[in-house]
Design a protein around this ligand. Sequence first.
Ligand code: SF4
Ligand code: SF4
Length: 99
Amino acid sequence: MTTAVLTNQTFGGLDWIPQFVQTIDQALCIGCGRCFKSCGRSVLTLRGLDDEGNLIDDDEDDEYERKVMTISGQQNCIGCQACSRACPKNCLSHLALSL
Ligand code: SF4
Ligand code: SF4
């Protein structure tokens, strides 16, 4: 049995399957922000990690060990994959939406 996936169309009427952002490998992420700059949909947020690898709140900004990208607005993603094309570390994974 095959599972149907959400399919859309390009401007020219060609089939296009959106690949929505699913995960960011924070062990690989260097916090460069390229994915954030490439995304026009307010999906991603750069956040600090403490020395134990826990995400910290913005108001504790001065206590971070390093910064990593996080998915904060997955509901806004249109599945364009621009973020992954911009990432130098191949951190982001994507998934088509099953119907
Ligand atoms: S797939 Fe597109 S819309 Fe979704 S997070 Fe990446 S750049 Fe933003
Ligand atoms: S582009 Fe890649 S390495 Fe840079 S912040 Fe985004 S996920 Fe991290």
